[in-house]
Design a protein around this ligand. Structure first.
Ligand code: UDP
Length: 516
């Protein structure tokens, strides 16, 4: 029998995971890592994507094909214009305004039909029907889809367990918290029910979507879809937030499996450098420069894939960096080509680069973040506290200056600064507007003096600074151990696989006629 035929036969016996990410960099990237891990454990994976997103991850697709990995990328048409989105608006980082988020979610739910059609086409390698769906929690339509396929559905949560627990408690106690917030004249209040004292702010208790009935309904749909899931995978590790894992499990009664940091999935340098999309800088030049810097001396500044800043804010940030006197690598995605481009920035950046020549590098667009964070010269990270970035910093043992913009980022900041004590807050009080169109006003939330001070405290910071660095390095070791064979996240993933195997066995048993 040919080896191809062997593969076909063995394929029919393997578990087949259907992965449905939210079309956003911070969700696609960790889910691709998850796909690689599932395949390494002997499973088959169908990964749902769309044309624009597939083009971005083409290097990953090519590498998977070259290594003959059993990952199929199901490229489904994205009905952007059908729901009133601009053509090609297939990723959260392309949504022009916050008003278009709900139409975007609607478009995602319309992927069901093409996905059904995709799965109906006979596969030459005789892949079995999916054994399990792992979908982002925003992909609520997969709840019904999994029921129709009669397979388990697990949720993949993008944020930290700390955030999930806090938002669970806020949701359940919103009316009381709103009243308390009112009585406190909008000042931060304590969130009861947590293992440690955590203060929450007005925008966390009364988010902007509260006044929009359509959003309210959407959040309710998500909640119900979440409750019907068979279990939850979290890109985190138990040793990072043990009390929060425990409490979240107690409160939801769900199986919670830590599987991260997924970014620690072992890959060679080039693969790590093109996570998400191709880098916008000549990597050779960047790393030649980094190689010349002293250990732990460089500050890395990046705000993820969605958060955008105004020209005035970027100039303020740049001035603060210049004043800090520290070497840096700064990612300015607002200066990249495309929809989110901020006009008039090019001239300013060119002048800025002249002033800091030799001391700093500006990346216009997408940076190879993981490999930068892992470089020995990088000693601090000014971050927006997106969960992936936060976890990647922990996994690389790099302390953070926290500059949250919106969503889970303010609570992640509290985890970093107040619970784990591995970062300093830059001092942001209010969320930033989300979409490019919503960011037209030249708003400045953080002044240059704040940037300078935060960078100084982060990179030096005396005894406290040293203690932060020691703590983050300890966490880095724990993160690595969690992902090693026998570690807590390794066990988490094995448990997921065993759970799905068991579900298949039970289904087979129930199909067999009872013995008379
Ligand atoms: N990222 C990157 N290069 C960039 C910007 C972001 O590699 O220039 C990656 C980053 O390493 C992380 C993800 O994109 O894995 C962003 O996710 P996160 O949760 O931090 O932020 P979001 O983009 O969701 O706000």
């Amino acid at each position: 029998m040919s080896s191809e035929a062997d593969d076909c036969n063995s394929n029919t016996e393997r578990l087949h995971f259907l992965l449905v990410p939210l079309m956003a960099q911070g969700h696609i990237i960790p889910m691709i890592d998850l796909a690689r891990l599932l395949v390494a454990c002997g499973s088959l994976v169908t990964f749902v994507t769309t044309p624009v997103n597939l083009a971005r991850i083409q290097p990953i697709v090519d590498r998977a094909a070259a290594a003959a990995l059993p990952i199929r990328f199901a490229e489904l048409p994205f009905p952007a214009t059908d729901v009133g989105l601009p053509d090609g608006c297939e990723n959260c980082d392309l949504i022009p305004s916050v008003d278009l988020y709900l139409p975007f979610m609607k478009a995602l739910s319309l992927l069901r039909e093409p996905l059904e059609a995709y799965l109906r086409v006979p596969d030459p390698s005789r892949w079995p029907k999916p054994s399990c769906i792992i979908s982002d929690n925003t992909q609520y339509w997969t709840a019904d889809f999994a029921r129709a396929l009669d397979i388990p559905r697990l949720i993949f949560h993008g944020p930290s367990c700390f955030y999930l627990l806090c938002s669970h408690l806020i949701d359940r106690n919103r009316a009381e918290l709103e009243a308390e917030m009112e009585a406190a004249s909008g000042k931060p209040i304590l969130l009861p029910g947590l293992p440690q004292p955590i203060q929450i702010r007005k925008h966390e208790v009364v988010p902007v979507w509260r006044s929009n009935p359509a959003w309210f309904e959407f959040i309710e749909v998500l909640r119900m879809a979440g409750e019907s899931a068979d279990g939850v995978l979290i890109n985190s590790f138990k040793e990072l937030e043990p009390l929060y894992f425990e409490r979240y499990h107690e409160l939801t009664g769900k199986a919670i499996w830590p599987v991260g940091p997924l970014s620690l999935y072992k890959e060679e340098f080039d693969a790590k450098a093109t996570r998400g999309r191709a880098s916008s800088i000549d990597q050779k030049l960047l790393f030649q420069w980094l190689d010349k810097q002293e250990d732990g001396s460089v500050v890395f500044i990046s705000f993820g894939s969605i958060a955008r800043n105004t020209k005035a804010q970027l100039m303020e940030l740049g001035d603060g960096l210049e004043a800090s006197g520290r070497p840096f690598v700064w990612v300015v995605k607002e200066a990249s080509e495309g929809r989110g481009r901020v006009s008039g920035l090019d001239e300013w950046i060119a002048e800025f680069e002249e002033k800091v020549e030799g001391r700093g590098i500006v990346i216009r667009g997408w940076a190879p973040q993981m490999v930068i964070l892992e470089h020995r010269a990088v000693g601090g990270f000014v971050t927006h506290c997106g969960w992936n970035s936060t976890l990647e910093a922990v996994a690389a043992g790099v302390v953070m200056a926290t500059w949250p913009h919106f969503a889970d980022q303010f609570l992640n900041e509290q985890l970093v600064v107040n619970v784990l004590k591995i970062g300093v807050a830059v001092g942001v009080e209010e969320p930033t507007a989300v979409g490019v169109e919503d960011n037209k006003e030249e708003v400045v939330k953080v002044r240059r003096e704040q940037v300078e001070k935060a960078v100084e405290t982060l990179m030096a910071g005396g005894e406290e600074g040293e203690e932060r660095r020691v703590r983050v390095r300890e966490l880095r070791e724990k993160a690595r151990m969690a992902m090693e064979e026998g570690g807590s996240s390794w066990v988490g993933l094995k448990d997921v696989i065993n759970y799905v195997k068991q579900a298949e066995k039970e289904k087979d048993k129930s199909k067999k006629p009872a013995v008379q």
